[in-house]
Design a binder for this molecule. Structure first.
Ligand code: AHR
Length: 659
């Protein structure tokens, strides 16, 4: 038999032969009226970090890189351009004393009265433009005395063909913002922006900016609509921001400081992105944070997509994979104050200092912040005394806040055990576990939470992703094997909803030409984006999370790896459904009979399947939905659901309950 099987494989019919193989029928018992736990509305969520050009060059729709000349060197991303005999020079001016948060601008001096002289911006790995889209150009400019420079801006492709253009006449000798709109006549992946000056004279320029008009909710200077849509489609329970290690900074000087990320965008101090230099094999020297996507935008985004906001704050420690700098305990006050002020910013009435600022920024209604993380991925002795100071100060003033505490970078081992024991002893609210592990680890750990203390802290599976090669290896792929193993593991999250209250895949986004870390949930280029198989796994869990966990058993045991099968079940009191997740991680079909007890079923069910015969299969920009959910209706007879479940598949069965 075995010989015959391999002969078939060699003849290219291996997969269909495998599919024809079937394990003997199994009967799974579901007690649909026996609620074991309530699924928290915060399941499942989003982990956002500005890594892989997720913010600048990604979600934040600004198309000009280094718009305020704060990169090093100051003209990174810009090149001198001339046409029709134009001549001139460019100088970068430093006004650090006057404007420490935005020290640089450029002076363009035009020497000729004819022709054009200026700067071209290359964008973030090019500027993606769409035919008939309107682009909004803006600049903060100051005309020198006796100068009558006019600006001519154009989008052009690599051959110099102009795709759209507009003119501006900055008249003021004081800084003033000028805007103009124009359309592109073609779709081009990697265009560039020319900013030309004409007529002899000199002009100062800062905050040179270009946005598409169609952003998420068409907000001027807003977010990329296709990327936000992918997040909204998941109906996420929470949005964790702004990271990730970016919270900590490589050193304390480069930590994330939320107060510097709100208000006028030209007053938000740019910072080198910590991922700029993190990986020697993926250097990204042009990776900075403009903070155009700052804390106000994060809160707004969370509200837009119906997710609970979950900010993570620096706890007085820089990244322990880098400098591990710590703030002396007697100097921690400003850090703690940042946390208290953030709660007031999010929730305070407009009579309060920070609540009033929120109102001035356009959101008088509170954001209803309920959770906050104290530190990102900390470990060791230094964390505890800092954590205690934060917790006391926050709980004293805002007892309703639930605080998230890190259990370090690993899901086990010395660092994990130390923090796990310590925080359980200290009655922490929520523990943040991270697991970047092999697909096999995910399969082996689907029972991880079955024996956790039901009365202890809640669990936030804050960062996880199966790594096809190794942790953060540049060769990792978002392949079906990884996604399938995550799907199997997540039956254990669902089954243990009384303990696991939040979960998020990480990282979220990656630019195909600008990433540092792989795998990632959603990939994009300048115009397109796609969800990985891992994205669809997350989406299916999130959309069909239900409200109550009910037991699903095989031979009176939870289904967690028997014959390669992983399964869990929930009911949804809002839609009156029973929802079964059934993951077949094996290479043969499974005959499954589900006997439903305690509730009556309607006569049809919906079967949603996510699968591939090929464990190495991936989605891509050109084939974005190769692996994506496929839905069909199945007929039922009585209170039994009988199915033959394909190999290597995730299946969601939704059936209406009649009482
Ligand atoms: O998700 C990428 C990184 O992995 C995060 O920044 C960090 O928290 C973890 O080590």
């Amino acid at each position: 038999m075995r010989k015959y099987f391999w002969a078939l494989c060699a003849a290219g019919t291996c997969l269909s032969a495998m599919a024809q193989q079937k394990s003997p029928a199994k009967t799974y018992i579901i007690k649909a009226d026996s609620v074991k736990a309530h699924v928290q509305p915060t399941m499942y969520g989003i982990f956002f970090e500005d890594i892989n050009m997720a913010a600048d060059g990604g979600l934040y729709a600004e198309l000009v890189k280094n718009r305020s000349f704060e990169f090093f060197p100051s003209l990174m991303g810009w090149t001198e351009v001339k046409k029709d005999g134009g001549e001139g020079s460019v100088e970068v001016i430093d006004r650090s004393k006057e404007r420490p948060e935005n020290p640089h601008f450029v002076t363009l001096t035009v020497k000729s009265n004819s022709g054009y002289y200026g700067l071209a911006n290359e964008g973030f790995r090019g500027i993606g433009v769409k035919k008939d889209e309107t682009y909004s150009f803006s600049v903060i400019a100051r005309q020198h005395a006796d100068s009558k420079i006019e600006l001519h801006v154009e989008l052009a492709d690599a051959n110099g063909t102009v795709l759209g253009h507009a003119d501006l006449k900055p008249g003021n000798q004081d800084w003033e913002k000028y805007n103009v709109k124009f359309k592109s006549n073609a779709t081009v992946q990697k265009a560039h922006l020319n900013v030309y000056a004409k007529n002899a004279g000199a002009i100062d320029l800062d905050m040179v900016s270009l946005f598409p008009e169609h952003t998420w909710k068409n907000r001027p200077g807003g977010l990329r609509a296709d990327l936000v849509q992918k997040l909204a489609d998941m109906k996420p329970g929470f949005l964790r921001f702004p990271g990730g290690c970016i919270v900590e900074g490589r050193d304390l000087a480069t930590r994330y400081q939320w107060k510097k990320t709100i208000g006028d965008i030209d007053k938000r101090e740019n910072l080198i992105n910590r991922w700029n230099t993190e990986f020697k094999h993926r250097p990204t020297p042009d990776y900075y944070q403009s903070f155009g996507l700052g804390f106000m935008e994060y809160f707004q985004l969370a509200e837009d997509i119906g997710a609970e906001p979950l900010p993570i704050l620096n706890c007085g420690m820089a990244c322990q994979f880098n400098t591990g700098q710590t703030v002396p305990l007697d100097q921690l006050d400003p850090y703690v104050q940042d946390a208290l002020d953030l709660i007031e910013f999010a929730n305070g009435s407009t009579d309060t200092k920070w609540g009033n600022l929120r109102a001035q920024l356009g959101h008088p209604v509170p954001f209803n912040l309920k959770m906050m993380g104290i530190g990102n991925e900390q470990w060791g002795d230094n964390y505890i005394p800092r954590w205690k100071i934060f917790i006391k100060a926050i709980k004293d003033k805002y007892p309703y806040m639930k605080l998230v505490s890190s259990l370090g970078p690993d899901p086990d081992g010395e660092k994990f055990n130390f923090l796990n024991n310590t925080f359980r002893g200290l009655n922490a609210d929520i523990l943040d576990e991270h697991y970047y592990r092999s697909p096999q680890w995910f399969l082996d750990n689907s029972k991880r939470y079955d024996n956790y203390d039901r009365k202890g802290p809640k669990i936030f599976a804050g960062e996880y992703a199966a790594q096809s090669v190794g942790i953060a290896s540049p060769d990792n792929k978002n392949n079906w094997q990884c996604a399938l193993s995550e799907a199997a593991f997540m039956t254990g999250l669902e089954r243990n909803a009384d303990v696991v209250n939040m979960a998020s895949y990480a990282p979220l986004f990656a630019h195909v030409d600008g990433w540092q870390w792989t795998p990632d949930e959603i990939w994009f280029d300048n115009l397109r984006s796609y969800g990985t198989p891992n994205y669809y796994v997350q989406e299916l869990y999130s959309l069909y999370k239900g409200t109550d966990v009910v037991p699903l058993k095989l031979n009176n045991q939870a289904v967690s790896g028997q014959n390669g099968v992983y399964a869990s079940a929930v009911t949804d009191s809002k839609t009156h459904e029973l929802i079964i997740k059934f993951i077949n991680s094996g290479k043969v079909s499974q005959s499954a009979g589900f006997v439903i007890k305690g509730k009556k079923l309607k006569s049809t069910a919906t079967l949603i399947t996510l699968r591939s015969d090929d464990l190495t299969a991936v989605n891509s920009l050109d084939k974005p939905t190769s692996i994506s959910p496929v839905q069909r209706t199945i007929q039922l007879s009585g209170n039994k659901i009988s199915l033959t479940v394909k190999p290597y598949s995730m299946n969601v069965i939704r059936v209406k309950l009649s009482n």
